[in-house]
Design a protein around this ligand. Structure first.
Ligand SMILES: Cc1cc2nc3c(=O)[nH]c(=O)nc-3n(C[C@H](O)[C@H](O)[C@H](O)COP(=O)(O)OP(=O)(O)OC[C@H]3O[C@@H](n4cnc5c(N)ncnc54)[C@H](O)[C@@H]3O)c2cc1C
Length: 450
């Protein structure tokens, strides 16, 4: 009582709880100013791109958040040498549109256009990848410019192979990426075919698919015992593709379904009725839009998630060895069914999977040693989600899952250290050299990166 009165008197102000400082650079000079040693910037500094990561890798409760989306110029499209140079805050959607004006496209197809070039390099970013090319966005970086933790400029190019490998998927721990040169290519048309199979059938073919050149994405619906396959091959006639079906598909998947499911979760009280409706709508979308409308495409037009900003969807991704995925797909179905029985929680969106080609081009690549399948569980339902992801993490660990530092919810630090092992040791040593005062290190990342 006395304390309350003292505070009211105005003489004893209680400290207000403040969050991190929000810094919004628009130029290289701003970035240097915020990071140089003499600056009064609150530490640690965490760079934030499109904010689409599922873990706290892009956040900090104290210190400063460096919003990179204002550093977003397209510097040069070099159509003769098939490269593009951009600033790191540029959104993927703008990059894709800019390249298309010159008849060029990214080497892979990457969903979720709101993310930034810097975020897609500093964290694993992947999509359906045809052939054996690097599955990650960062696989196609040929040079980058970085501001170190002390505000110094560092240039890295393909001749510094090991350094480039460390900076790909470095989660903003080695420095702030501010300019990037990427390898691109002329727009190429692929055919997209679709199949609907049971999970059992999928288990019998997933190994063959993982070993083949076909680009694939799948939607796994455990409660319907269905897998919808999207298979991509370079066998279509050039130019024989239309953007409208892809736009419809994107609109259905990233806008309509999350909104409708969120509403159904609110207004339909009986779970069995609600989930029947939800699964019917998911299947209808797969059957009608994806299977019938989308036949051919290009990486330039097949990017999805234009309108999606992650606000309506919770997700958690884990990588599993492709060689074992036939067993893991069946186990995942059982896990989901038993979770529903035990906790009454289930994801309302299908789980989505991609193949990640073996890629040792990044020190912290989740598929450094072997081809993996990235499986993303997603839902619009917040109640019960946090418990679900803890069980999912347990399931993933049991089945040899490799955590993605930016996308695996409820990952355990000890498991990250164990799986990335000696590669993480090398990364940590380099981090300590480049940031000896831990100016970029947040508590979340310190668990395994200190
Ligand atoms: C619904 C949903 C679905 C998703 N599906 C997929 C998917 O299918 N495939 C996939 O690969 N990913 C997926 N993601 C994950 C996410 O899009 C990727 O992790 C992406 O790479 C993050 O990009 P961002 O710009 O949003 O970066 P942020 O989330 O903002 O940051 C990611 C990391 O990069 C660091 N960083 C950001 N900018 C810089 C910079 N300029 N310099 C240095 N470090 C930097 C951050 O500190 C952080 O550690 C999904 C996300 C959502 C919300």
């Amino acid at each position: 009582m006395l304390a309350t009165n003292l505070r009211k008197s105005g003489r004893f102000a209680s400290p207000r709880l403040v969050g991190p400082a929000e810094l919004r650079p628009t130029s290289l000079n701003d970035l240097k100013r915020y990071l140089e040693k003499e600056s009064r910037t609150a530490l640690p500094v965490r760079p934030l791109g499109g904010a689409s990561s599922a873990t706290d890798c892009n956040r900090t409760n104290a210190g400063s958040i460096l919003h990179m989306t204002g550093v977003d110029r397209v510097i040069r499209v070099d159509a003769a040498n098939f490269t593009v140079t951009v600033e790191a805050g540029l959104q993927l959607q703008t990059l894709v549109e800019t390249l298309a004006e010159d008849g060029l496209e990214l080497v892979g197809s990457f969903d979720l256009q709101g993310r930034t070039v810097g975020g897609a390099i500093a964290a694993p970013c992947f999509g359906p990848c045809i052939g054996s090319a690097g599955s990650y966005f960062s696989s196609h970086v040929v040079a980058m410019k970085v501001i170190t933790a002390n505000g110094k400029i560092m240039n890295i190019d393909a001749s510094q192979k090991n350094l480039l490998a460390a900076f790909r998927m470095s989660f903003g721990l080695l420095g702030i990426i501010y300019e990037v040169t990427l390898r691109v290519r002329p727009i190429r048309t692929f055919s997209a075919s679709h199949r609907r199979v049971t999970v059992d059938k999928f288990a019998t073919i997933v190994n063959t698919l993982s070993l083949s050149d076909v680009g694939f994405k799948f939607y796994l619906m455990p409660y319907r015992d269905r897998v919808y396959l999207d298979l991509r091959r370079y066998d279509a006639d050039p130019g024989n593709s239309y953007a409208t079906p892809w736009k419809l598909k994107d609109w259905g998947e990233s806008t309509v379904l999350p909104h409708v499911f969120k509403s159904l979760n609110r207004i339909v009280p009986i779970d069995s009725v609600k989930y029947r409706l939800i699964d019917n709508i998911s299947e209808a979308t797969q059957g009608l839009v994806n299977s019938r409308l989308v036949q051919n495409g290009t990486n330039a037009m097949s990017q999805s998630g234009r309108r999606h900003n992650g606000r309506h969807t919770f997700y958690s991704s884990w990588c599993f060895p492709a060689a074992n995925f036939s067993m893991i797909a069946l186990a995942y179905k059982e896990f989901c069914v038993s979770m529903l029985e035990r906790s009454r929680y289930r994801c309302d969106l299908p789980a989505v999977g991609y193949r990640l080609n073996r890629d040792a081009g990044s020190l912290l690549s989740p598929s450094f040693d072997e081809t993996m399948i990235a499986l993303t569980s997603a839902s619009t339902q917040s109640r019960g989600w946090e418990d679900f992801v803890i069980d999912l993490a347990e399931f993933a660990e049991k089945w040899g899952g490799i955590p993605i530092i930016s996308q695996s919810r409820a990952l355990r630090a000890a498991h990250v250290i164990q799986t990335y092992s000696s590669r993480l040791d090398i990364f940590r040593r380099l981090r300590r050299q480049l940031d000896p005062e831990d100016r970029l290190l947040s508590p979340f990342l310190a668990q395994f990166a200190q």
